[in-house]
Design a protein around this ligand. Structure first.
Ligand SMILES: [Ca+2]
Ligand SMILES: [Ca+2]
Ligand SMILES: [Ca+2]
Ligand SMILES: [Ca+2]
Length: 497
């Protein structure tokens, strides 16, 4: 069941037609922020000890000899950060988790956290998008793993698909937020259709939600052979009204090309309002946080493709080697925009074809100055002739927005002190996450890669209070985390948001 290996690499395409030509592979990416205070980019705390925790997926891992059954690993924060020593490794074979680990299920194909039952412990929603449900191939499964003083243990509730015949790949996109501002975390669930299902908060620990409704943003619906619908869902408060808004990425329906486009779908007292949807800049992976400290969440999106399609057509709002589009928030929602490439100001590196700048990104406050900082990955960067070894760029927030003139950091495995070495196809930066996992109030950096032939790995680089440092850094490997290295588990290719 190799059909979903490296699916995200194949998906960084600007148009739906190009995606179809590339084989119609499925997007499985993280995408959310939790609860209402999302201008500050909340972090997970599954065990309630006040220190941030991180959930990592290995959704292609063998479990009990079943290829691609998938696992998730929760790494619990401590004063010295995260390591394999303090973790939970969970599959569908773990007691309490719905279903059974079967070949190709892809448990962990999408993951999102929030305190869904309001008991003070963050919980993890975990999809297995390729799960066969009854006779429905790729029907998809979704469970909520409940947090506790012992963290994630396997105690879970099933969140079954309420409309199985209408779509496939239930749960392939997830975003947690408080879309109606009632103080309870809601969960938005994507499928192959453009219709998004929203579970209202107040889940009981048996999994019963407070209610459910659907929203339909103006993106293309997929089919079984072209399973898109939304490519990515991101929650955050852009207009500062205390309700999370949802950014939906997909392919637009207005032109023949079907360009990748994001839509702002605002939260209201009655939930998400697709009637008020507003088109934004393109780019698949999005993060929302208050970069300029004005109280409004700013939308950061990575358009990792080049400036033109294969036949030379100009792609809107794109640049050679990839571009990050930033749309600053305001009381009336999305406002001014700016774009950043590796050629902007003093940003490290140079824009080269197929670098993939903006493949993944995240926000967090590394230096504690109240401005959210931005990390952007470039996993297809070649360094000293080593193809697709990858690098990560750290950009700092300020009152005038992202600072591209000073303070930036460029980090690769060849950077002094960073664990590991630059190797071909490492894809260092396959995913990135900025969260405080030491409890000092400053966001630390976690970098996922496809190290060692797709085994994957997570590199931990802490904040020293003013910047990301290699002092105290380490690699968390699949083999020490209870993940089989048979095949390509891709441990670290996806962090929960
Ligand atoms: Ca914790
Ligand atoms: Ca909880
Ligand atoms: Ca802002
Ligand atoms: Ca900052």
């Amino acid at each position: 069941m190799h059909q979903h290996h490296h699916r995200r690499l194949r998906l960084a395409l600007a148009t739906a037609a190009a995606a179809a030509l590339a084989g119609g592979l499925l997007s499985v990416t993280a995408g959310s922020a939790t609860a209402a205070d999302s201008t500050h980019v909340p972090q997970a705390d599954f065990n309630g000890d006040g220190i941030g925790d991180v959930a990592v997926s290995a959704h292609s891992a063998y479990v009990n000899g079943r290829e691609g059954a998938g696992q998730i690993v929760a790494l619990y924060g401590s004063a010295t950060g995260v390591s394999s020593a303090k973790r939970s490794t969970i599959s569908q074979n773990t007691t309490g988790v719905p279903g059974t680990a079967e070949a190709g299920d892809g448990f962990g194909g999408e993951i999102a956290y929030a305190d869904f039952n309001g008991d003070g412990y963050d919980d993890l929603a975990v999809a297995s998008p390729w799960e066969k449900v009854g006779d429905d191939t790729n029907g998809g499964g979704l469970a909520i793993l409940w947090g506790s003083a012992s963290g994630l243990t396997g105690k879970s509730s099933d969140v079954p698909d309420p409309a199985r015949s209408s779509h496939d790949f239930w749960g392939k996109n997830l975003a947690a937020g408080d879309f109606d501002g009632d103080g309870k975390a809601d969960l938005a669930v994507g499928t192959s259709s453009s219709t998004i299902h929203v579970y209202k908060g107040g889940f009981t620990t048996s999994g019963t939600p407070g209610g459910r409704y659907t929203v339909k943003p103006p993106i293309q619906s997929g089919t079984n052979s072209f399973p898109y619908g939304p490519l990515y869902l991101t929650a955050g408060d852009v207009n500062g009204d205390g309700r999370s808004d949802l950014i939906v990425d997909g392919y637009e329906t207005q032109t023949e090309q079907g360009w990748n486009t994001n839509y702002y779908v605002p939260g209201t007292a009655s939930g998400l309002s697709a009637a008020s949807a507003q088109a934004l800049k393109p780019g698949i992976v999005t993060g929302i946080g208050d970069i300029n400290g004005d109280g409004y969440g700013d939308i950061v999106t990575g358009a990792a493709w080049n400036a033109t399609t294969g036949d030379g057509t100009t792609i809107p709002d794109a640049a050679k080697g990839g571009k990050v589009n930033i749309t600053y928030g305001s009381a009336s929602g999305p406002a001014s925009t700016t774009g950043i490439t590796q050629n902007t100001g003093n940003v490290p590196g140079t824009s080269e074809t197929d670098d993939g700048f903006g493949w993944d990104l995240d926000l967090g406050d590394i230096n504690g100055d109240g401005y959210q900082d931005v990390v952007v990955s470039t996993p297809n960067e070649d360094i000293n002739g080593i193809t697709n070894t990858g690098m990560v760029t750290v950009l700092y927030g300020s009152a005038s927005g992202v600072n591209t003139s000073s303070g930036m950091q460029g980090l690769a495995q060849s950077t002094a002190g960073v664990p590991g070495n630059n190797e071909k196809n490492d894809l260092f930066g396959a995913d990135v996450k900025l969260d405080d996992v030491t409890g000092d109030g400053k966001a630390d950096l976690l970098i996922g890669s496809y190290e060692n032939g797709g085994n994957g790995g997570v590199t931990y680089l802490p904040s020293n209070g003013t910047k990301i440092t290699t002092s105290g850094s380490r690699t968390v490997s699949p083999s020490t985390s209870g993940v089989s290295t048979t095949g390509s588990p891709e441990f670290g290719a996806l962090f929960a948001n």
